[in-house]
Design a protein around this ligand. Structure first.
Ligand code: FES
Length: 105
């Protein structure tokens, strides 16, 4: 399956140091606006069945709302227990005020 650029939202739909959920097909993602730019990851935490949409973004880190596991949103790296499996991240580009993510078509 090839990846395609898909419009996820407008840049001004997300406050800085915040995120939104984006669903596409049967997949769910999170789009982050940080001081380092926009990033995208899978929406579900790698620890248990919890969406990260209600998590807290601090700098470039997302904290899961259920057990406070943390991931670096730039790389998906798992940073603190109980998470130990990295989060899948996806390429992001900005065009004409919109955020696009490159995901399986
Ligand atoms: S479900 Fe995310 S840290 Fe447990």
């Amino acid at each position: 399956m090839s990846d395609k650029w898909i419009r996820a939202c407008a840049t001004n739909d997300i406050d800085e140091e915040d995120l939104i959920r984006f669903d596409h097909g049967d997949k769910t993602f999170c789009i982050y606006n940080t001081a380092d730019g926009f990033f995208a990851s899978d929406g579900m935490c790698t620890h248990e069945d919890e969406h990260l949409e209600n998590g807290i973004v601090i700098d470039c880190v997302i904290e899961c709302p259920l057990h406070q596991g943390r991931f670096d949103v730039r790389t998906g790296k798992a940073l603190s227990a109980p998470v130990c499996v990295d989060l899948k991240t996806w390429p992001v580009k900005l065009e004409d005020g919109d955020v696009f993510i490159k995901i399986p078509a």
